[in-house]
Write a protein that binds this ligand. Structure first.
Ligand code: ZN
Length: 62
């Protein structure tokens, strides 16, 4: 695993330390609450999840 940030597409396996299923996440955009299929995470940092519509918000965490 490199230091490159991870950008996970829907259906892909989340970061190894992240045991929650992809479908267990909801979009972090305030007022959205949709199922989040897009995860953004850096090594040793908490991951953040967004739906397809708001996945651009995850760029701030990379
Ligand atoms: Zn959303």
């Amino acid at each position: 695993m490199s230091d490159e940030p991870l950008r996970l597409a829907e259906g892909m396996t989340p970061a190894p330390r992240e045991h929650a299923k992809v479908l267990g996440h909801t979009c972090e955009r305030e007022g959205c609450g949709k199922v989040a299929g897009w995860g953004f995470a850096r090594p040793r940092r908490e991951s953040h999840w967004f739906c397809f519509e708001h996945r651009g918000d995850g760029d701030r965490y990379l």
